[in-house]
Design a protein around this ligand. Structure first.
Ligand code: FRU
Length: 328
């Protein structure tokens, strides 16, 4: 039986093909399961803007208590979020932004800072006055992290006389957007010192191209995300595929915490900025250990949740049997 005073949280995820988004969903589910009386519903827009708009509209019409959205693109998702706000549904935007400020709260890391961190890493790991030739591979241009990572990166590089971005490749967050473009650029330019890719998946794509040209030892590659797990950025740093990755936390748990606070009537901040850090050879072990511990704790929680659910089910069926036996 559903609890009477259950709160409905509706989340529209941009897509779930990659591990970063899977991890965001998982973090949300774990956090939501720790708040009895709050039910999380996740819809997957499958990287299709019109589907995402439709799914947000569905949550508006079922009158969820809080809406959470990770927009695929900024501009086309803005009006429907306005619609949710006008319908009185508090809306939390996570990771990618919308235009303007008609939303209840935003949660995510500072992507300008991420771009700056990547550039500063390159500068500080090079000899003073050493000439550096860089290539930038951007995420999908119409999503805010791509714009902001680029902005931060370029801001730092512009101030360095001896550092040049010789090419910028317009990627789309996926590895497949890197290959041919990077190949032809590497054929036409001189030696490249660093590639900054806006996420680890594209960074991996860049490494594969570099390796196919026997350049994997001379080109240092930096990515973003720093996911834990077998093919995540942390592992890639450990394996020397990437020189570094800039951690981009998913914010899944934080978004649910904000939703719960809102529904409990607590005051929340409009901008909830998550911290980030450069992960390289120096701190990769520490980071991995921390993630291992966190992961273990999450697994324990999930295990306990399963046991509780089983016990409740057993109790209910025994109780029903008892009711029949005593003729209730
Ligand atoms: C996941 C992802 C991440 C990236 C983020 C930006 O879908 O592509 O790799 O950091 O989205 O919104």
């Amino acid at each position: 039986e559903p609890e009477q005073d259950e709160f409905q949280i509706g989340f529209v995820q941009a897509m779930t093909t990659d591990n970063w988004r899977k991890e965001m969903n998982r973090a949300m589910e774990v956090e939501a399961s720790m708040h009895p009386g709050y039910k999380l519903h996740i819809k997957d827009a499958q990287n299709d803007v019109s589907r995402q708009i439709k799914q947000i509209e569905e949550f508006i019409s079922t009158e969820v208590d809080v809406l959470i959205v990770s927009p695929i693109q900024s501009v086309p998702i803005t009006p429907v979020i306005e619609k949710a706000m006008n319908a009185g549904i508090p809306t939390i935007v996570i990771d990618r932004k919308i235009e303007g400020s008609n939303y209840t709260a935003y949660v995510g890391a500072n992507n300008v800072e991420i771009g700056k961190n990547a550039a500063n890493y390159i500068v500080s790991n090079s000899k003073p006055n050493q000439n550096l030739e860089l290539i930038e591979i951007t995420g999908l241009q119409t999503s805010s992290p791509a714009f902001e990572r680029s902005q931060g990166f370029n801001e730092v590089v512009t101030n360095q006389e001896n550092v040049d971005i010789v090419a910028s490749i317009a990627g789309d967050w996926e590895k497949t957007s890197v290959g041919d473009n990077l190949k032809s650029i590497l054929d036409s330019v001189g030696s490249i010192d660093y590639i900054f890719a806006h996420n680890d998946r594209m960074a991996m794509g860049a490494w594969e191209v570099a390796r196919s040209k026997n350049l994997e030892d001379s080109i240092q590659i930096i990515g973003v995300d720093g996911l834990f797990g077998p093919s995540g950025g942390i592992q890639l740093v450990k394996e020397d595929v990437l020189a570094a990755t800039v951690l981009y936390p998913t914010g899944g748990a934080e978004a649910i915490k904000l939703a719960v606070k809102l529904l409990e009537g607590d005051q929340i901040d409009k901008n909830n900025i998550l911290s980030t850090v450069v992960i390289d050879k120096v701190n990769v072990e520490i980071m991995q250990n921390q993630f291992n511990k966190m992961n273990q704790q999450q697994n324990d929680i999930e295990q306990q949740q399963r046991i509780i659910t089983e016990q409740v089910a057993t109790y209910n069926s025994q109780f029903n049997l008892l009711k029949i036996m005593v003729g209730l």
